[in-house]
Design a binder for this molecule. Structure first.
Ligand SMILES: [Zn+2]
Length: 461
């Protein structure tokens, strides 16, 4: 049998390009670099993108990270891959803030499917700490080309982004970039407009405006090239939001990212206390075993015990806005905690609370002495087993029993999440519950084709 498979474009392999840690505290950012690279790939090499550029946020509880701990992956087809790789490597080298503490990693992988090794590495990068050595080992084993610069920590994120299919829940962010001459100047935004657009597009956009604190959340503060980012469920809506903002300054352009932001992907894995390592993220089902106490700064601390007997402290920080709820917990409450684990000065692992689910409230009782039949007042105890006496009419009873009434807990079971101001990039906001998306590669391709997902100063691409 003759199989004619020449001239079949599907035989061409996809080139996956992952990079991370190109930025430093002094500005510049990995998403901007990916915007520049994407422009170059389209204009110079006429490549076809097979997915939106991916913005993948990794374990936010890793101590060693740049501001957002976000890595990028671009998946393309067509063009001269060898030439493309050369060009991108130059971009990373020239653009990255190597002298200011950036430690970039860059990976290239050619293939039409992603190996299990790589997807598991990516999954672990969302909630644990992975070493550069392990990343290099996996890259070598799977014939993945890589380059590292500086200390090269970025290889972990670069490989994790490449291995992230983002094949379950995801969100979109349209990020607008400033032109060179404006970088470092104040960002002028119409806060009222941001608020109005957020309200109009609810629940299809999220965390763009914090109503409670009357604060816009779309602009970063630093000298980086990002003007603003609009987060939401649909790339058309997030981009329309941006356009309707009518930003005064001339922007360089924008790009739409598909992302794991707002999905709680770092809190998916359920753990038992004994297995929790420092600086990891996850969730634990447990009981409250100590009365919550308020410490300096208004933070709340209490202890929990899991089903295997491990006891761990939980810290609820004041900016989360959950301290009041946490302080109302009592011993015996059954809860689930989304956490980031941290090491305190005494070497004790503490779980910093990222969300709280109250599963079952323990019953609490008021206990008081019996009342006097004549005066309807509570009687006084005469001592253990000695009965009670009314302090008004002096009536005595020998066999009185204490009266137990159930307390109103004034607390409801259910989910409690932090205020938007305390959200990490990965935190799932309340408006997203019930909005979870299922990934469908055909639908994503369709969406990509029908969306103007990148615009540079030269106009729409
Ligand atoms: Zn009495």
């Amino acid at each position: 049998m003759l199989i004619n498979n020449w001239n079949k474009p599907s035989d061409e392999k996809t080139l996956h390009i992952g990079f991370d840690d190109t930025d430093s505290v002094n500005g510049r950012c990995t998403t901007h670099l990916s915007y520049l690279i994407s422009n170059m790939l389209i204009r110079k090499f006429q490549v076809e993108f097979v997915d939106f550029p991916l913005l993948i946020r990794l374990n936010p509880n890793v101590p060693l990270k740049t501001r957002g701990n976000g890595a990028v992956c671009l998946r393309i087809r067509g063009g001269n891959y060898e030439k493309i790789k050369e060009e991108i490597t130059h971009f990373i080298e020239n653009y990255s803030e190597l002298e200011n503490g950036a430690n970039p990693g860059l990976v290239f992988y050619e293939g039409n499917s992603i190996d299990k090794d790589l997807t598991s590495f990516s999954e672990s990068a969302m909630d644990t700490i992975l070493s550069k050595q392990l990343a290099i080992k996996i890259a070598r084993k799977n014939h993945i080309q890589f380059s590292i610069f500086g200390k090269g920590y970025g290889i972990v994120g670069a490989l994790a982004a490449t291995g992230c299919l983002l094949d379950s829940d995801h969100t979109f962010e349209t990020i607008a970039y400033r032109s060179k001459e404006n970088i470092g100047t104040n960002r002028k935004t119409d806060d009222f407009k941001v608020r109005k657009l957020s309200e109009q597009s609810y629940p299809y956009t999220y965390n763009n405006f914090d109503i409670k604190n009357n604060r816009i959340l779309i602009t970063p503060r630093g000298p980086d090239p990002v003007f603003c980012g609009i987060r939401g469920e649909d790339p058309f809506i997030t981009t329309l939001f941006l356009k309707n903002l009518c930003i005064e300054e001339e922007l360089d352009g924008y790009m739409i990212f598909r992302s794991n932001q707002g999905t709680n992907l770092h809190l998916v894995k359920e753990n038992s206390g004994i297995n929790i390592k420092p600086y990891t993220s996850g969730r634990i089902t447990c009981h409250v075993v100590s009365t919550p106490s308020v410490i300096n700064g208004g933070h709340v601390i209490f202890k929990i015990r899991d089903g295997f007997g491990s006891i761990l402290p939980v810290a609820v920080y004041q900016p989360t806005g959950l301290t009041k709820i946490a302080s109302m917990l009592i011993i015996g409450d059954r809860i689930e905690v989304g956490y980031g684990s941290h090491l305190k000065s005494n070497n004790q692992i503490t779980l910093n609370l990222e969300y709280l689910i109250i599963k079952e409230l323990a019953r609490a009782y008021n206990i008081r002495n019996p009342t006097c039949e004549k005066c309807s007042k509570n009687m006084k105890s005469e001592g253990k087993n000695k009965g009670y006496q009314c302090y008004i009419c002096k009536t005595r009873i020998r066999n009185g029993v204490k009266i137990k009434t159930e307390k109103n807990r004034k607390l409801k079971s259910g989910l409690y999440i932090p205020e938007p101001i305390a959200h990490r990039h990965l935190t799932k906001p309340s408006s997203r519950y019930g909005m979870e998306k299922r990934f469908n590669s055909m639908e994503i391709k369709q969406l990509l084709k029908s969306t103007k997902w990148i615009k540079d100063s030269g106009g729409l691409i």
